[in-house]
Design a protein around this ligand. Sequence first.
Ligand code: AP5
Length: 210
Amino acid sequence: MNIIFLGAPGAGKGTQAENASAELNIPAVSTGVILREEVASGSERGLKAKSFMESGGLVPDDIIIDIIKQRVAQPDCADGFILDGFPRTLAQAEYLEKSGVNIDLVIDIHVPDEKIITRMGGRRSCLDCGASYHVEYKPSKDAKTCDSCSAELVIRKDDKPEVVLSRLETYHKQTAPLKDFYEGRGKLKTVIGQEEVADTTRLTMEVLKG
Ligand code: AP5
C-alpha cells in the first residue's frame, strides 16, 4: 500500500506517518527529515536546500524529485511506503503519476492555522534521528534528550513564529491545491486533527483500515 500524508506544516503528518508505519510495517519517508540530514551533513543538495527551508519556502522540485526517486527505489519500499511531506506542488504530484508510482490513499490531516501557530511553539526535534516531540502533547521522557537516540532535542530554526507564518502561506498557495488534484482521482480522505495525538491516530487508523 502506498500512502501520502498531506496537511499544513505542523498538522501532525510526521507523527501520524510514524504511527502508521509501525502499524502497517512499511517505511515512512519524510522529505523534511531527509533534507535536514542533507543540511547537517553539508552535502551539495543540503547547501542548496538550506536557505529555502530556513525562509519557509519550498526547496526546488528537481532536488526533491531526485531525493524521492532514490528513496522509493530502496528495497524497504518494495511492499509499500508512506510519503510524509511529498508531493507539495502540482509538479511533484504529476511526477509521481508519470513515474508510474501507484498511490492508493491520500490522507489530509486538517488543522486550522491558529491551532498550528500555537502548537509549533511546543515542538522539540531530534536532528540526529528525526524524531519529533511536543512539550505538552507528546513529551520525551527527559525534556532535553531524544527517547530513541539520546541526542539533544532542539527547536527547529523553521519553527520560529515568523517562519511558521511563511510556511503556512507557502502551504496554502502551493500545496493545498493538491487536495483537489487527489479528490478528482477519488483518493482523498480527510482526518480532522484533534487536540490529543492519540485521538488523531485513532481517526487516521480508521481511515487506513477502510
Ligand atoms: P517538513 O519537515 O516536512 O515540515 P512541514 O511539512 O512543515 O511539517 P512539519 O514537520 O513541521 O510538521 P508535521 O505536519 O510533520 O507535524 P508533526 O507531526 O511534527 O519540511 C521542512 C521544510 O523542508 C519545508 O518547509 C520545505 O522547505 C522543505 N521540504 C520538505 N518537503 C518538501 C517538498 N516535497 N517540496 C519542497 N520542499 C520541501 O507535529 C507538529 C507538532 O505538533 C509536534 O510537536 C507534535 O508532537 C505535535 N502534534 C502532532 N499531532 C498533534 C495533536 N493531534 N495534538 C497536539 N499536538 C500534536
